[in-house]
Design a protein around this ligand. Structure first.
Ligand SMILES: Cc1cc2nc3c(=O)[nH]c(=O)nc-3n(C[C@H](O)[C@H](O)[C@H](O)COP(=O)(O)O)c2cc1C
Length: 395
């Protein structure tokens, strides 16, 4: 089973990622891995921290001579800011005078609930782990999952479809969305320059007024055959697994599959994707069967199973909780009203959250692909996969 976990504090020495359950023989591209990490750090409205960090994944195990060897992959991502925090956040008891307490919990963060739960006198340790810095370790794991999926012809990409009230004004093709990953400068990761300019204007207002802003990203999986995930058990449904994976990202407050939200206010006849039979064997490798659809309102998922259309997952991001003009809070020391603590912060992270969500989606899909097609080596997996694709093409 494909599993991953992460460890590390936001201002600790390093993030740690552990990924196990991959077959042997997947080519590992360090440049691609680091480029994915770079993408997570980009976007208009990021804070000062992103100017300090330039992430790279240091692979310790599980990869030899450029390929996976089937054993767990351990990676570390050094925090460049550690040199400024070594004395503030030491592993040893250290000097209590140097501790940088978070004395008034920030609304919208785990600060208060976490301090209560873990019996901490201030919110420092809660902040350190709840921070989305952790998502960098997820992106490192997700990059390796993408390398596996690519070797089967499956691609995962994301773009931003809304920032505040500014929305993408037209549909986007998969090729346009995928091309965003190779942009040298990431503004708001929108396929349409006019829509992107409106999105930027919304971020500018938040920057000017000491506020923050949220939005919506869309992740698309292209080239996944029908039959991944299942209707037979609730906890094996691909729709449920994707929703959980994307919802687990910091600041994501809703997940939509396909046209899920508008479908709830529409008539069935306008929502469901009529089925046609082409009769000819498909020539495009991303067309897996002789059946076709008029549109893809279901977002490639019916009954918790992939149906061969692109998987479309949207994540709705709340505005960032740390405000330059902080909201009201209470002092942990005096219990008197005060302003919430402020620590260097982002103003808009929708493109970065999209990149982190690509990783979560890639890891989820890769897990189910490995479960369905099996194999200890990539060659075995590819053979099983090709056999299944032949089977459904001839259906
Ligand atoms: C890529 C990314 C970067 C983030 N950066 C910040 C930040 O700089 N400041 C902040 O207050 N919240 C930031 N967040 C959101 C918080 O981590 C998150 O809102 C907080 O931990 C509370 O968790 P919840 O919103 O999931 O309930 C970021 C989220 C993501 C996905």
């Amino acid at each position: 089973m494909l599993r991953f976990s992460t460890a590390g504090e936001s201002h600790g020495e390093s993030l740690v990622a552990l990924l196990s359950g991959l077959p042997a023989g997947i080519p590992v591209d360090q440049e691609f891995l680091d480029h994915e990490l770079w993408r997570r750090q980009q976007g208009y409205g990021r804070g000062g921290r992103m100017r300090i960090e330039r992430d790279t994944a240091h692979i310790l195990s599980g990869v030899r001579h450029g390929k996976t060897i089937g054993s767990p992959i351990a990676m570390t991502l050094a925090n460049k800011d550690w040199k400024n925090w070594e004395e503030i956040l030491p592993v040893s008891p250290g000097d209590p005078e140097k501790h940088k307490a978070v004395k008034s919990p920030r609304p919208g963060h785990a600060d208060l609930a976490g301090a209560l739960k873990y019996d901490f006198p201030d919110a420092r340790y809660v902040l350190e782990r709840a921070s989305a810095r952790e998502s960098a370790a997820r992106v490192a794991c997700g990059a390796v999952a993408k390398m596996l999926l690519r070797s089967l012809g499956i691609e995962v990409a994301s773009h931003v479809i809304r920032v505040g009230t500014a929305e993408l004004s037209r549909p986007a093709t998969f090729a346009e969305i995928a091309a965003i990953a190779s942009r040298e400068e990431v503004l708001l990761a929108c396929v349409d320059p006019e829509s992107e300019a409106r999105m930027k204007a919304e971020v500018d207002i938040a920057l000017r007024t000491g506020d923050t802003i949220g939005g919506v990203f869309e992740v698309v999986v292209h080239g996944l055959p029908p039959g991944v995930g299942t209707h037979v058990n609730w906890d094996e449904r691909l729709d449920g697994l994707l929703a959980q994976a994307v919802m687990s990202l910091q600041a994501v407050k809703a997940v939509e599959l396909g046209r899920g939200v508008t479908a709830a206010q529409s008539l069935g006849s306008t929502v469901h994707d009529a089925i046609a039979y082409e009769g000819e064997p498909a020539t495009d490798p991303a067309t897996f069967t002789k059946f076709s659809r008029e549109h893809n309102n279901a977002g490639g998922l019916e009954g918790g199973i992939s149906n061969g259309e692109d998987i479309v997952v949207r994540g709705y991001l709340k505005p960032i909780s740390t405000l330059r003009r902080p909201l009201g809070s209470v002092s942990f020391e005096t219990r008197e009203p005060t302003k919430a603590a402020y620590e260097r912060s982002d103003v808009c992270v929708v493109p970065a959250a999209g990149v982190a969500a690509e990783s979560m989606v890639a890891l989820t899909v890769a897990r189910l692909v490995i479960e369905k097609f099996g194999g200890d080596s990539l060659r075995e997996l590819q053979r099983n996969y090709a056999g299944y694709c032949d089977q459904i093409r001839s259906f």
